[in-house]
Write a new protein. Structure first.
Lengths: 231, 231
DNA sequence: CAAAATAGAGAGCACTGCTCTTGACGAATG
DNA sequence: CATTCGTCAAGAGCAGTGCTCTCTATTTTG
């Protein structure tokens, strides 16, 4: 039935255009984006938007999902195109990819990692895409350990924390020592902090050379983790 | 003229109550707080609020300023009540104080460190209060260096970044080596990341023992900086 | 071709920030 | 003491928001 599929195709294109316009509005208006404004931009009346999008929150959720996917793709691509044994190179590549994505998509980054909207609860489908960047980072440590390129730091974790991390390791990286996982999460936390500080203006009038500062800070975390320096 | 001052006092009390009600609303409604709702809670009509508060953004700015002051007070108090030579103890105390304040004031924390509202530009008076926590942290390093308790790490900063940090050091901590300042800022970035991840739900279903996890991560950064461990 | 599904338009409800006008009250002054 | 004057609160109103409902026109389907 090509008749039905032409309808469906037009409909899908409409939804895509709504998302594109919404993304554009996001850049200027932030999280408080207006369906009416999107409708105006498309030459529609506001109520017609609801034929394609169930609600404003659903539209935001769709944008969030696509943003997570975009960030995850960028991060994993950067990791994949670096030589596996070059742990430090991979670490830097992944961090830079995340930062580059954030700088080119500041509104989406704020949507993902800014303050959560009080009423809004993240749907179940966002939790897995959200884990791709940290999983990529820790994956570098797993590979390094498997290839004998990493020394496992002493495990001085208090017992309950050790148990939490052991459970987390079992779920994603079976056999990964908790002390290493803890350092990987420290690196992920730092990466988020670095990007957020830069994007949210905390470095204004302070750090002019953002690229070099970022690389240096990322390198500090690589030191903390124990990623071997190239000769 | 006591007549005029009784007017002024009642007026000040009104403004204080408006702020208090607004703070309460903040906890449930987040940054999109409604002046009309505040007015309703006070038994006023919405337009009457504008006798005391110029606009919604001004009210938010006032709350932000008070929040920065509260956090700064908590952080500096924790630092001041720890023995000066116990660098690691001070580091942990300051970080814990910041986290405790954030946990007891989650909405205010989100206001300070969440995604910035697109239209809203932070007024000039917020920049100094905002620097109190990082200055307190780096102050620990300055003291440790002055007392000969810290070894200065090798300075492998690229020249432009070194210049940025040198200028920053000159402004607040004359003579502080840039390599140390960079590590201090790494610690501050990590502290922000740790608190944000915990408050914004990124640790849900992952880390159950938040206190121990936080302390361990803070300790990792103390290691990176080179704060001496107690015997 | 008739019936059913769909798209768009318009009106309307409850809410928001904010402005302007009007009436009332208290305080300072002639 | 009586009269201005400044302040306060209230109400109406404007432009905007998310969202729902109804009505009409068009398109797809049986």
């Amino acid at each position: 039935m090509p008749a039905s599929s032409i309808r469906a195709r037009v409909r899908a294109e409409m939804i895509d255009e709504i998302k594109a316009v919404a993304r554009r509005h996001l850049a200027t208006d932030g999280a408080n984006l207006s369906l009416r404004a999107v409708a105006r931009d498309m030459g529609m009346v506001s109520s017609a938007i609801y034929r394609y999008v169930p609600s404003r929150d659903d539209l935001l959720t769709a944008l969030i999902l696509e943003a997570y996917d975009g960030l995850g793709d960028a991060v994993e691509a950067a990791d994949g195109s670096t030589e596996r044994h070059d742990l430090r190179g991979r670490w830097h590549a992944v961090c830079r990819a995340a930062r580059d994505w954030a700088i080119t998509h500041p509104a989406e980054y704020a949507l993902l990692y800014g303050s959560p909207v009080p009423g809004y609860a993240a749907p179940e489908d966002t939790v897995l895409p959200a884990q791709r960047p940290p999983l990529t980072l820790v994956g570098i440590l797993r590979d390094g350990l498997a290839d004998g390129l990493l020394t496992v730091p002493a495990d001085d974790l208090p017992e309950p924390v050790h148990a939490d991390l052991a459970e987390l390791a079992d779920a994603f990286f079976p056999g990964l020592p908790t002390a290493l996982l803890a350092r990987g999460m420290a690196g992920w936390t730092q990466l988020f902090g670095l990007i957020s500080f830069e994007l949210f203006g905390r470095l204004n009038q302070t750090i002019a050379h953002r690229d070099g500062y970022f690389d240096h800070q990322v390198g500090l975390m690589a030191d903390l983790i124990g990623l071997p320096r190239p000769e």
